[in-house]
Design a binder for this molecule. Structure first.
Ligand SMILES: C[S@@+](CC[C@H](N)C(=O)[O-])C[C@H]1O[C@@H](n2cnc3c(N)ncnc32)[C@H](O)[C@@H]1O
Length: 416
């Protein structure tokens, strides 16, 4: 239901909205005179005054909450004052779009997005609880990495929620205390457009200024140490490496796992998840990690050195999997027995990668997904290629944001 004081026609107009459900991307879905309006900073079930920000599309508009008229019981003061409703929408810091929602309800909303995506894009009915990670109950102080931006005046901060305007902020509640302490947010800064601030689990917190030359750092996960570049990819939540490693080990069907098969870790980074598989397999593990960033691959080769059967290759996965078609009969047999870890970026693996992979019929695919819609699309593609979704878990790897991570096992038909 909705009510507009006058006919909405242009950005800037303020209207009353009653969002009914959550959509992918962290916005709620309301209707205004029959038209869908995606409204930011609201919670499904409440009534808000919202400002139309985009009416350029015939099928939907966008709006931002200005004031809450009837709050949801799940609303709470925002964990980040610089991102709160009390500020003009244009001045709200980005990166904490769920910070005004009780954490348990954030997880319910994320579960709803995942379930709806699977239903809509893959025809799979699979309500899945989103599990909390160890850390602060209000979902703060989990980020071990953050990128800050520098504007022409030297202000350092996050971008605003829906623009590239740098927002000055007194604090950074989602990052660890060590990062907040050294983040250069208090004084003007010059000489670079970006400052990455990170707090590895080993050693001191540090800044990476602009495109400065990479330095190797160390991260500890359980009893294992990983080397990587300070500017390279690493899971952001302090508890994510351990959580995902355990989730991948749990997702592997032991009856289908053959350590000596031609196992794959696609989009492997510095080898975190290949090592998780190595912990299951022991020294006999054979695995190839494929990653497009050459420096990450170099680190992966070192991080996986204890497994003589581990290799790390620098390649784009979409090209590399095409080469599987040339495998000889013996290698094809080893690929058919393989367990594949698939941990693509937000865009997902995509049809071409999945088709090339399914050509060689690996026994099981453990998919680690950071985007529910891309995951659901890929799940639909995999179903069409003869792979059935088995156990699925989801994790709140990004509290106070709309992001959610899922880990699911797909098994080749005949094994399911
Ligand atoms: C979500 S991260 C996962 C990394 C690793 N599995 C981990 O958990 O640390 C995705 C990785 O894929 C790499 N990547 C992105 N696009 C790629 C592509 N087309 N081919 C190969 N690697 C790619 C990125 O550099 C990044 O390291």
């Amino acid at each position: 239901m909705s009510r507009s004081s006058e006919k909405a026609q242009s950005p800037g107009l303020e209207v009353e909205l009653e969002p009914q459900r959550i959509a992918h991307g962290g916005v709620s879905v309301a209707r205004l005179d029959g038209r869908v309006v995606f409204v930011a900073d609201a919670i499904p079930g409440e009534r808000v005054l919202a400002r139309i920000t985009d009416d350029s599309k015939p099928s939907f508009w966008r709006a931002e909450t200005v004031r809450v008229i009837e709050p949801s019981p799940h609303r709470r003061p925002h964990v980040w004052p610089e991102a709160a409703l009390e500020r003009d929408p244009d001045d709200r810091a980005g990166g904490a779009e769920f910070g005004h929602i009780a954490n348990e309800h954030q997880r319910e909303l994320k579960a709803a997005v995942l379930a709806e995506a699977l239903q809509r894009f893959a025809g799979i009915e699979r309500p899945t609880e989103v599990e909390a990670l160890p850390g602060e109950a209000d979902g703060t102080r989990w980020r071990t990495r953050v990128r800050l931006h520098v504007d022409a005046d030297g202000t350092v901060g996050p971008y605003a929620a829906r623009s590239h305007r740098v927002i000055r902020t007194a604090g950074l509640p989602l990052v660890t205390a060590a990062i907040e302490e050294i983040a250069p947010i208090r004084e003007p800064f010059a000489g670079a457009d970006t400052v990455d601030v990170l707090a590895p689990s080993e050693g001191e917190a540090r800044l990476v200024i602009g495109r400065q030359a990479p330095t190797a750092i160390r991260e500890r996960v359980g009893g294992r140490e990983f080397r990587l570049d300070d500017g390279g990819f690493w899971q952001v939540h302090a508890a994510a490496p351990e959580t995902l490693s355990a989730a991948v080990r749990d997702a592997v069907d032991p009856d289908l796992f053959d350590p000596r098969a031609a196992n794959l870790d696609l989009y492997g980074g510095v080898g975190l998840l290949a090592a998780a598989l190595g912990d299951l397999a022991g020294p006999a593990l054979r695995i190839t990690s494929v990653e497009s960033d050459a420096r990450a691959t170099e680190h992966a080769a070192g991080n996986l050195a204890e497994w003589v059967g581990a290799r790390a290759e620098t390649a784009r996965v979409e090209r590399w999997v095409r080469g599987l078609a040339d495998a000889g009969a013996a290698e094809r047999a080893r690929l058919a027995d393989a367990t594949v870890i698939l941990d693509p970026p937000r865009s997902g693996a995509g049809r071409a990668v999945l088709e090339a992979l399914a050509e060689v019929r690996p026994a099981q695919i453990v998919y680690v997904a950071c985007d529910p819609v891309a995951f659901a699309r890929d799940a639909g593609t995999l179903a069409g290629l003869g792979y059935t979704l088995g156990p699925l878990r989801a994790f709140d790897l990004f509290p106070n944001t709309h992001h959610v991570e899922a880990v699911g096992r797909f098994v080749r038909e005949g094994h399911a």
